[in-house]
Design a binder for this molecule. Sequence first.
Ligand code: SF4
Length: 250
Amino acid sequence: MALVVKEVRAKSILSRSGIEGISYTVNPYTGCGHSCLYCYATFMKRYTGHTEPWGEFVDAKVNAPLLLAKQLSRAERGSVILSSVTDPYQPVEAKYKLTRGCLIALSDCDFPVEILTKSPLVLRDTDVIVKCGRIEVGFTITTEDDRVRRIFEPLAPSIEQRIRALQTLHEKGIRTFVFIGPVLPMHPDVLADRIRPYVRRVMIDSMNYPSKTRAVYRTHGLSRWLDPGYVGSIRDALQRLLDTVPVEVC
Ligand code: SF4
């Protein structure tokens, strides 16, 4: 599958957030090459002219860093999430460095930042991250089992790569968290043991759009994970196993 990448100019990049506790969202890309089967952001396709399926196109907002610096100079100070409807460190970021540019703009004006990604490419920007006054870096880690990851997140970095990157940032003294969302088939004890040493907090969310993946669960003999009661028991187990780590259930 060839990824179609288009360079576009955004009219606005700093958007008011609907997420509790977050003032603004910044999305340097529309579309996402990680191609997760359960992706909640597919509705963004309607804002593009793309006919390709979700996961096969990305619009790179090439003016994002300059536009963000301009918008930040007029904005009321508030927390920013990078990003809410795309992965800011998806593969095209290695070439375009738009997330890096946005991060520099945010560090220059000292807005609190929360990064959420599935990619160790975030490590490239450690030099900028350490200069940000208030910053947290979160990794989405939905299972500890890379066979499950390959089914649901076929083009995203492996679980091992994410955990290693999480550990690296933690060891550099950067505040880190893990977003377990959606809860995919897993061994909660193994996942809790792997992430517990490296996080300040954990957020857990269930599969919010099961219709997107119902057939995939069935094909792979994972149907019991479609039962909200069963997934709820795994969520409770995770909370218990994470012990002293603060857990927020979304
Ligand atoms: S990484 Fe996030 S935005 Fe990208 S496809 Fe996966 S769920 Fe969607």
